[in-house]
Design a binder for this molecule. Structure first.
Ligand SMILES: C[S@@+](CC[C@H](N)C(=O)[O-])C[C@H]1O[C@@H](n2cnc3c(N)ncnc32)[C@H](O)[C@@H]1O
Length: 259
């Protein structure tokens, strides 16, 4: 599965679901509010900006936003909402490509670090985030917690979501820390459509180590954008990294960020 097969024109055309799913106000509102606070008045860079689900409302909230994105079809969708002058985007791989400017905040949301399929690429992504940040800048990651506790001994797959017309099923390769997400969509008949995407799953502790390798300290970790506490039962997390040696990692700025 190459990148253009996963993030091609068909996916780009159906990605946006205004008002529902990941575009629901109860999802986007707290996301944008939190990112505004974490940007602290400075410019922000979104890695894997996609169709601008977060970048467009963040820009409307007064944050100067730039982006990096590998999929031209996804970027074309963004361009129907915001032009290059408003949200400049560099086409390329978020693990390596450089966007012009120096940023107060780099963010990578909606589990997208897992789209990088090797540990080396994920570490490179942290390093790339660090080199875009100014002194004291933050790197924010939103990522799911691997659901291996729900994988019965000997089984290779879990159903992580089911609702009328949809089943989400993950198959695991635990040796290589890979998961393939399968999205089955169906109606009343016997036919279903299947979309698949490969991921490298990462535990929060491994993510923190990647942060250390790139010069970050963990400043905060929540289970959601509203700042709820991260617990053993949290299914995802929002983790805030700050360039080490850049002043207080637990001081007023973290407080202002709403921890
Ligand atoms: C789940 S979407 C997230 C888009 C947007 N950040 C959002 O929250 O809606 C994943 C996006 O990551 C992009 N992507 C995946 N791997 C990438 C890479 N290595 N470099 C840049 N973009 C990448 C895809 O093209 C796609 O637009």
């Amino acid at each position: 599965m190459d990148h253009s097969a996963i993030w091609g024109a068909d996916v780009a055309a159906s990605y946006d679901t205004p008002g529902t799913g990941m575009f629901a106000p109860e999802v986007l509102g707290p996301t944008v509010d939190r990112l505004v606070a974490l940007a602290d008045g400075g410019p922000a860079l979104e890695l894997a900006i996609g169709t601008g689900r977060v970048a467009v409302p963040l820009s409307e909230a007064g944050v100067r936003v730039s982006g990096i994105e590998l999929s031209e079809p996804m970027l074309e969708r963004l361009r129907t909402k915001a032009d290059e002058a408003r949200i400049p985007v560099v086409v390329g791989d978020m693990a390596y490509v450089r966007a012009p400017g120096e940023f107060a905040l780099v963010y990578l949301v909606f589990n997208t670090i897992s789209n990088l399929l090797t540990q080396d690429e994920q570490v490179a992504c942290f390093r790339n985030a660090a080199r875009h940040l100014r002194h004291g800048g933050r790197f924010v990651i939103e990522l799911w917690v691997p659901e291996l506790r729900s994988l019965p001994p000997g089984a290779g797959a879990t159903v992580w979501h089911e609702e009328p017309g949809y089943i989400g099923l993950d198959t695991y390769d635990v040796l290589n820390q890979r998961v393939v997400s399968h999205h089955f969509r169906f109606g009343e008949g016997t036919q279903a459509s299947l979309g698949r995407s490969p991921h490298r799953y990462v535990w929060p502790a491994e993510l923190d180590l990647m942060g250390q390798l790139a010069g970050f300290e963990l400043e905060a970790r929540w289970s959601d954008w509203d700042g709820s506490g991260f617990t053993a039962d949290s299914r995802s997390h929002v983790s805030v990294y700050r360039l080490a040696g850049s002043g207080s990692a637990t001081g007023t700025d973290a407080g202002d960020a709403g921890s």
